[in-house]
Design a protein around this ligand. Structure first.
Ligand code: MN
Length: 409
């Protein structure tokens, strides 16, 4: 795989988050052509992939001709790398400028859609700092990390049918909770929160009964997106014992419109933090190049940056999450999405949820308009964006995931 970026014939600055080293896939439509179709972002433009591939690489056309990324996800790792190499070559070959130019659409004219059909959805809990902070607040006086935490990546199965595209409004959930006075009530959540996470998008399915090992990660995972795992803390705190998150999470989960291929992250691979507990062989990545990722996120609330979490401090990698997710023989399906869990660092300004940023409401955040927030209010808009460092000063952008809170119905 090449990590050195040739210039594109499009006028894209070398450090543009969607430069030639990123080439994320998404699904878009335009007012003049309202059919949803597959695109690749390049600078401020989107390459309409189906007509370009039909013209220049017809055998790959079935993988990109549908209204979603589903066929491309199912096409497998050889097709993924072949297509990425071709698109890279086309966008750096000046002779193709005229032929491809007619298939470029300004991104500002496009509407972006949920890019793939979400099959199963799993959410992990892979940040030691997040798990420690939440443990301190949910179980005061007890050891914050549960005894299993450093032996396996903890996760739960979420609700795939309520994964929504960026820009989808989120209606404040109602639910049952127990107040400070012990009274049990049902009503709109009063502690509505965000969780800034990365999502891993599965392309290649696996056989029921056959675990996928650490080495299977790039064979099965197509790419990475951003996830906002909206969380109602009051509902969650009351319901989660003993079976884990349920209605406090399942009302909506937002994902970014662009899926960045795993291949683009090659220059951003880093070693994860040192493990303080020996790992069982199926999770032990000490003898293989590990899949820590240097991805830097930014969380904005009503336009104001409230946090800058970093993925490079995550205790568990995406490869370990996949190995554990399938360790019992559970099979993967094309379109499976598994998220990392809230990304929180050591520093207070690296915490990926409002629950941690406001320490359960004890330390509300001040916003530039003079108001304060411990949790989300109706009308609040949250935007999570991210990038990773590329080779030679390139920037691997993940774009953003956006959502606004509407009042409870
Ligand atoms: Mn989560």
């Amino acid at each position: 795989m090449t990590t050195v970026s040739a210039p594109t014939w499009l006028d894209v600055p070398a450090d543009h988050p969607f430069g030639i080293a990123t080439l994320p896939y998404g699904v878009f439509s335009t007012a003049s052509d309202p059919g949803a179709r597959v695109g690749v972002a390049i600078g401020e433009m989107i390459l309409d992939l189906a007509p370009a591939v039909r013209s220049l690489a017809p055998p790959l056309a079935p993988a990109v001709s549908g209204p979603s990324l589903d066929a491309l996800l199912a096409a497998g790792p050889r097709a993924w790398s072949e297509l990425r190499a071709l698109v890279t070559a086309w966008l750096t070959d000046t002779a193709l400028g005229e032929r491809l130019g007619r298939h470029l659409v300004p991104a500002r004219d496009a509407v972006l859609h949920l890019p793939f059909t979400v099959a199963d959805y799993v959410d992990f809990y892979a940040s030691e700092q997040h798990a420690t902070n939440i443990g301190r607040m949910f179980r005061p006086g007890q050891e914050p990390l549960t005894p299993n935490w450093k032996h396996l990546p903890i996760g739960y199965h979420g609700r795939a049918g309520t994964v929504v595209g960026s820009g989808t409004d989120v209606v404040r959930p109602r639910g049952q909770r127990r107040g400070a006075d012990g009274e049990i009530t049902y009503g709109p959540s009063q502690r509505l929160d965000i969780e800034a996470e990365l999502g891993f998008v599965v392309g290649t399915p696996s056989r029921l009964g056959s675990p996928v090992g650490l080495a299977g990660f790039p064979e099965h995972v197509f790419g990475v997106c951003l996830v906002n795992d909206w969380s109602a803390r009051d509902i969650q705190a009351w319901e989660y014992v003993p079976l884990g998150p349920f209605l406090g999470k399942s009302f909506a989960t937002s994902v970014s419109p662009w899926v960045v291929p795993l291949a683009a992250f090659e220059p951003a691979r880093v070693a994860p933090p040192a493990r303080t507990v020996p790992l069982l062989p199926y999770l032990d990545d000490s003898r293989t190049p590990p899949w820590g990722l240097d991805v830097r996120l930014e969380v904005r609330l009503n336009g104001h940056v409230v946090s800058r979490p970093r993925f490079d401090g995550m205790y568990w990698t995406g490869a370990q999450m996949l190995a554990h997710l399938t360790a019992n023989g559970a099979s993967l399906r094309t379109g499976d999405l598994y998220a990392s869990g809230t990304i929180s660092g050591e520093r207070p300004d690296e915490r990926g949820s409002l629950m941690e940023l406001s320490w359960g409401g004890a330390e509300p955040l001040g916003l530039p308009d003079g108001t304060t927030r411990s949790f989300l209010e109706d009308g609040d808009e949250v935007v999570i964006s991210a990038y990773a460092p590329g080779a030679d000063g390139a920037v691997i952008g993940l774009g953003e995931v956006r959502g606004r809170i509407l009042p409870a119905h």
